[in-house]
Design a protein around this ligand. Structure first.
Ligand SMILES: NS(=O)(=O)c1ccc(C(=O)NCc2ccc(F)cc2)cc1
Ligand SMILES: [Zn+2]
Length: 260
């Protein structure tokens, strides 16, 4: 359906043609420079409460693989930290590269990670629907978790084992009772800044909360992401990889750091 992608002709450097906001003042991702972040002691710890979140399924939407959550009243989600309201979990998805040395969207002092997990939440305290929130300046909050290769991640198994069922664009499968809290790092120290969706329509509606500590996943687990396809069942096979946007200009934005 959409005409943008991650290839030579439809990739991030040409998104501005269809989405001029790509050259806006609060675009994501960014390169985070810890020595230039502002340590904000008033930043309280982020509260993550996914107890009542109901996962519906896992799907290949042609640009990533996402696990969707029911949009019902399902407990607070995330609140406090840099947030003034409670934000409800909508979905989580990943970005990754062709090889283990790259794949993340945010970078830290120029360092790239093998992948980046995004947990997408919307401000259900202020807006009625996700579609209304997605275009509002305080509409979304996305948690970013870096993945690096090392030990196998025990909980990621449930996701990587389901990937073979969503190989093609447009495919989906059941994935019940998955609580993504198990995908967060031990330490919830985070950097936070005002940014955007990292894919078209690139709305500048995201409060980004990026955890400093990466989680470890095995090389085998990463290889399972790289067998996914951008393409549909009947089309020529196009491996889903390098589905990351490079860092965008900071344009004077402040990145705050919270250490608990
Ligand atoms: N990588 S990221 O975490 O920044 C990100 C998060 C969500 C979306 C999204 O919901 N897109 C579909 C969409 C966009 C606008 C709408 F109005 C409805 C759905 C895109 C990127
Ligand atoms: Zn993302």
């Amino acid at each position: 359906s959409h005409c943008w992608g991650y290839g030579e002709d439809d990739g991030p450097s040409s998104w501005h043609k269809g989405y001029p906001i790509a050259q806006g003042n609060r675009q994501s991702p960014i390169n985070i420079v810890p020595s230039e972040t502002v340590h904000d002691s008033s930043l309280s710890p982020l509260i993550v409460s996914y107890e009542h979140c109901t996962s519906i399924g896992i799907s290949n939407n042609g640009c990533s693989v996402a696990v969707e959550y029911a949009d019902t009243e399902q407990g607070p989600g995330i609140y406090r930290g840099p947030l003034s309201d409670a934000y409800r979990l909508k979905q989580f998805h990943f970005h990754w590269g062709h090889k283990d040395w790259h794949g993340s969207e945010h970078t830290v002092d120029g360092k790239t990670y093998t992948s980046e997990l995004h947990l997408v939440h919307w401000n259900a305290s202020k807006y009625q629907t996700f579609r209304e929130a997605v275009a509002a300046p305080d509409g979304l909050a996305v948690l970013g978790v870096f993945l690096e290769t090392g030990e196998e991640h025990q909980s990621l198994h449930k996701i990587t084992d389901a990937l073979s069922m969503v190989k093609f664009k447009g495919s989906n499968a059941d994935l019940k009772d998955f609580n993504p809290k198990c995908l967060l790092p031990k330490s919830l120290n985070y950097w936070t800044y005002s940014g955007s969706l990292t894919t078209p329509p690139l709305h500048e509606s995201v409060t980004w909360i990026v955890f400093e500590e990466p989680i470890e996943v095995s090389k085998k687990q990463m290889e399972k992401f790289r067998m996914l396809l951008f393409s549909e069942e009947e089309e020529d096979e196009k491996l889903m990889e390098n589905n990351f946007r490079p860092p965008q200009p900071l344009k004077g934005r402040k990145v705050c750091a919270s250490y608990n």
